[in-house]
Design a protein around this ligand. Structure first.
Ligand code: FES
Length: 122
């Protein structure tokens, strides 16, 4: 399959810059899920919105995915924090485990998921 056929439009870079994060419904490996997307230090990132601790979305308890410093992702359920660039958990219980990263590709200001096993849902 050509790489172009694997690209799924997520949003524009500008749209993402204007919000703290976006949450988009997706299917990943044939399972319903959601993706969180954000800009951190000028770079767009996307992860499956799934904390490995007790299998909750990071924004399950409040409409936020960053801690108060803005330097770490934070799961609102029990407060575990993650490196925004790698998705690596920094909290002792799950230290070193990573959020599932989703590849993004930017073309002419638009961001596309470049993931074979991801599809968009309505
Ligand atoms: S479920 Fe995310 S920190 Fe516990």
């Amino acid at each position: 399959m050509a790489i172009e056929q694997q690209l799924k439009h997520a949003c524009t870079y500008h749209e993402l810059q204007c919000v703290s994060y976006l949450s988009l419904p997706i299917r990943y490996k044939n399972q319903p899920s959601s993706a969180i997307l954000f800009v951190f230090e000028g770079q767009a990132y996307a992860y499956i919105n799934h904390c490995m601790h007790m299998h909750r979305p990071l924004n399950c308890e409040q409409d936020a995915i960053f801690d108060e410093t803005g330097k770490f992702l934070r799961c609102s359920m029990h407060g575990f924090i993650f490196d925004p660039k790698t998705g690596e958990c920094q909290s002792p219980v799950c230290f070193g485990q990573r959020l599932q990263a989703l590849r993004l590709q930017e073309i002419d200001g638009s961001l596309y998921f470049a993931e074979k096993h991801l599809s968009l849902t309505d």
